[in-house]
Design a protein around this ligand. Structure first.
Ligand code: ZN
Length: 237
């Protein structure tokens, strides 16, 4: 398989929350996109692994992605271990993505930033010829970091997801075990209406940065090389 875009995330529903609008937009543009979850979310307060797998399949169908996998690493205990990095690197060789989306490297939940760190190292390892891995070496051309979970970070760029916003919400709401009809204050679970409000407010915040209704934010570590400052897609609003 040769993917154009692969999003690697800690838990099923992370990609949906942080960058599914962008993934859907790429699918609509004709690109082949895939999602790789590192854990099955078994430590979550609600739902069990089977239920979350079903929810994840439903979300994948709605997004129109070509591949979804789960490496089954331990939830709430993701660590920077060589064994994990090699398993991710193996998947990268199999899927051969051109662009990889990773979770931002800082944040509240340790699984999220650890996924960003080991995902980055796995992209590097996948390109080394002399490793105990199968398939030909492959190194993604581009790595970008989704920062939706860390709104205090100023994005390098924002993708306009106005036309994909409803599909993004549908993908998130596929995980119905994670949301209640009414607010569950004790466990801090948002209600559906609450969720729409929260995701909508954040997407609106980032959208305003580029003068559109809804946006998803990303950071790049690399500096962009620009040939033509007239045609580059940056505008003042
Ligand atoms: Zn998560």
């Amino acid at each position: 398989m040769e993917l154009d875009v692969l999003s690697i995330a800690a838990h099923p529903d992370d990609t949906e929350l942080t960058c599914s609008g962008t993934v859907i937009k790429m699918v609509e543009a004709g690109y082949k996109a895939g999602l790789l979850d590192l854990t099955a979310g078994e430590s979550g307060t609600r739902g069990d692994v089977n239920l979350r797998a079903k929810e994840s399949a439903r979300a994948s169908k709605g997004m129109g992605i070509a591949y979804r996998g789960n490496l089954g690493f331990p939830d709430a205990a993701l660590e920077n271990r060589r064994e994990y990095k090699l398993k991710i690197a193996q998947k990268i060789r199999e899927l051969r993505p051109r662009t990889v989306i990773l979770p931002y490297w800082e944040g509240r939940h340790p699984d999220h930033f650890t996924a960003g760190q080991i995902g980055y190292e796995a992209c590097f390892l996948a390109g080394l010829a002399r490793l105990p891995l199968e398939e030909r070496p492959h190194r993604p051309f581009k790595i970008i970091y989704a920062t939706f979970y860390v709104p205090s970070v100023r994005p390098t760029f924002v993708v306009d997801i106005t036309s994909q916003f409803e599909k993004k919400l549908d993908a998130i709401l596929s995980y119905s075990s994670q949301f209640s009809a009414r607010r569950d204050l004790r466990n801090l679970f948002p209600s559906r209406a609450d969720l729409r409000d929260r995701v909508g407010s954040l997407a609106r915040h980032f959208g305003l940065m580029i003068g559109v209704r809804y946006g998803e934010p990303f950071v790049t570590r690399e500096v962009a090389a620009v040939e033509d400052i007239v045609s580059m897609p940056v505008k003042s609003i």
